[in-house]
Ligand binder design. Structure first.
Ligand SMILES: [Zn+2]
Length: 50
């Protein structure tokens, strides 16, 4: 497990954010994981869809 994931301080790549199905999506500039921003909320790591 890497420290970045442990601390949970992900930095959304705002320059690359885009609108997708009612929310903004982008990726973390540090680890590259997908992030989402629901309307009125803050940036979160995206959860894989099942
Ligand atoms: Zn990250």
């Amino acid at each position: 497990m890497d420290l970045h994931s442990l601390l949970g301080r992900h930095e959304p790549d705002l320059m690359a954010s885009r609108w997708d199905e009612g929310r903004f999506v982008t990726s973390c500039t540090i680890c590259g994981r997908p992030m989402v921003k629901p309307p009125g909320g803050g940036w979160l790591l995206a959860r894989p869809r099942r």
